[in-house]
Design a protein around this ligand. Structure first.
Ligand code: GLU
Length: 524
């Protein structure tokens, strides 16, 4: 091991003396006082734009594992890539989690939770590495890097800063001072002791132990342009000091696992248990092949889509839960659990590839979900949606809560025969448009039996109970020598404009006598 830098030089290299020693950091962020088996998880998005469905999937797994084990789920904003940052992205993430009802618990003690506010921590750890010769300031310029890359490519070597190409590995204090005096700002690089001829074994909760060639790259720990850490270094410091027990992240990070394992071992810290989640896929409409959701082609890749179109967020989560825990649906069908909350998911069963998200399948979850809602909750959900996302028509439909409640109560009283035709809040209001005079379109195509309609009107009383009402219909059918169902169909089309509706008696009860009479008269 090389000798490290003096405190003076560390302060100059980092721009300021480090605020903490490692010991102080350990005390400041002590191991959490939680019961055995409690999982500490975090959702760690980079605020680079919209919230992807895959992010929601991860956040759901994070929060579920923490909750079911009596642990803690945190939201950490990984805003160290100032170049890729998008205004408003953080608000979008927080808002999406909130709307999907995924709650995090950012205990002040382990914060701050914006990486940009954690510089002191990263610099303190970097200082320790500089002090002990496990990291060094590197003054390679962009031009130097380009030259090294060209040289490596020409010779057929792997590109990167490693071994003999890591020019500043053994830089002397005098050389450092010279660079600094010239106004150069270094990156801080890892002095990698890895040898790609050797293997390092890393753990993933789903995949088990995986062997990789050791990492020999002197990767950047602290960037020169803004003094912020790279993802790798931030992950090391944050997941250690936030006391994360399970790091759930996208499979694109799997190739970095040997590096991360190396970093934790170098520090003598216990790495979190890793869970690398699969991308969210779909079956391509044209090719019939499974592929990743595409930001450009698939509106459902953006969670805002589900909110805008009024998909029940609970149903989206139930379905995502079933993707993450494939035994869940079966358990629910057997009646062993009512919802994903009650189901105990297992880390080992999280799929490692090909998680398929099928909008048709979501429709099923949605029908079931809405079917199980008490009507008051359904009314509230539809109303909230219309007021936030609906158009003027939809806002009008939710204005009279009593009327809307009546409309949505139809065929919900018998638990064994609850209607399952509602899929989204938006489509629910669309299906029911005929209840509102402003939206009702009379069906003028239908060939009505005028005699039957006239007969119905002459003897109609909204106060009739269902049997009395039906007996009157039977009587009309007999009188004109037609089927009972024909008379009912005439009435159905007259009041609803279409041949397919829920229970006709209930529809008339909800509409009220005046409206029923007015609609039938208008057709006659
Ligand atoms: N910011 C990283 C990402 O968005 C987080 C990965 C992780 O969860 O560690 O991919």
């Amino acid at each position: 091991m090389r000798t490290g830098l003096s405190e003076d030089l560390i302060a100059r290299v980092l721009g300021a003396a480090p605020k903490y020693t490692l010991g102080e950091l350990e005390k400041k962020f002590p191991p959490r006082n939680l019961p055995d088996g409690a999982m500490v998880t975090r959702f760690a998005p980079s605020p680079t734009g919209y919230m992807h469905l895959g992010g929601l999937y991860q956040a759901l797994i994070d929060s579920k594992l923490a909750r079911q084990s009596g642990g803690v789920f945190m939201l950490r904003i990984e805003d160290t890539d100032t170049k890729r940052e998008v205004a408003d992205a953080v608000r979008l993430i927080i808002d999406s989690l909130h709307k999907f009802g995924i709650e995090y618990n950012n205990d002040e003690k382990y914060g701050p939770y914006y990486q940009s506010a954690r510089k002191d921590i990263y610099h303190s750890v970097a200082a320790e590495l500089l002090r002990t010769g496990r990291a060094y300031p590197c003054f390679l310029t962009a031009d130097d890097m380009e030259r090294i890359r060209a040289e490596q490519s020409a010779a057929g070597f792997a590109t990167g800063i490693y071994g003999e190409f890591a020019r500043d590995r053994d830089i002397t204090p005098d050389e450092i001072i010279k660079h600094l005096d010239n106004g150069a700002v270094p990156t801080i690089r890892l002095y990698s002791g890895g040898d790609p001829e050797k293997r390092i074994f890393c753990k993933d909760a789903v995949r088990g132990s995986i062997g990789f060639p050791e990492n020999n790259e002197d990767i950047v720990l602290i960037k020169s342009n803004d003094g912020l850490p790279t993802y790798h270094f931030a992950h090391l410091c944050d997941d250690h000091f936030m006391r994360t027990t399970h790091a759930i992240r996208g499979e694109e990070w799997l190739p970095s696992l040997p590096l991360h394992t190396q970093l934790f071992r170098m520090m003598g810290w216990q790495p979190p248990m890793y869970i690398h989640t699969s991308t969210i896929d779909k079956i391509d409409d044209e090719t019939g092949k499974q592929r990743k959701l595409s930001k450009r082609k698939d509106p459902e890749s953006n969670v805002a889509f589900f909110l805008r179109d009024g998909w029940p967020t609970g149903a989206v989560l139930e379905y995502l839960g079933n993707i993450a825990a494939s035994g869940y649906e079966e358990s629910k069908m057997k009646g062993a659990v009512k919802n994903f909350d009650e189901y105990e998911m297992r880390t080992k069963k999280i799929p490692m590839s090909g998680a398929l998200f099928d909008m048709k399948k979501l429709e099923w979850w949605s029908r079931e979900y809405i079917g199980a809602m008490p009507v008051a909750d359904l009314v509230a959900a539809v109303t909230d949606w219309a007021n936030e996302y609906g158009d003027d028509k939809q806002k009008m439909q939710v204005r009279d809560t009593d009327y809307l409640t009546g409309v949505l109560s139809i065929e919900r009283d018998n638990p064994r025969r609850i209607r399952k035709d509602f899929i989204t809040w938006k489509q629910t209001l669309e299906i029911e448009e005929f209840f509102w005079d402003e939206l009702f379109v009379p069906n003028k195509e239908y060939e009505y039996n005028r005699d039957a309609l006239n007969a119905f009107l002459s003897n109609f009383d909204i106060a009739d109970d269902k049997d009395t009402w039906w007996n009157k219909i039977v009587e009309i059918a007999n009188r004109f020598g037609v089927k009972n169902g024909d008379v009912a169909m005439n009435l159905r089309v007259a009041v609803a404009g279409r041949t397919n509706t829920p229970d006709l008696y209930s529809i008339m009860q909800v509409m009220g006598g005046t409206r029923v009479i007015k609609r039938i008269k208008a057709l006659l």
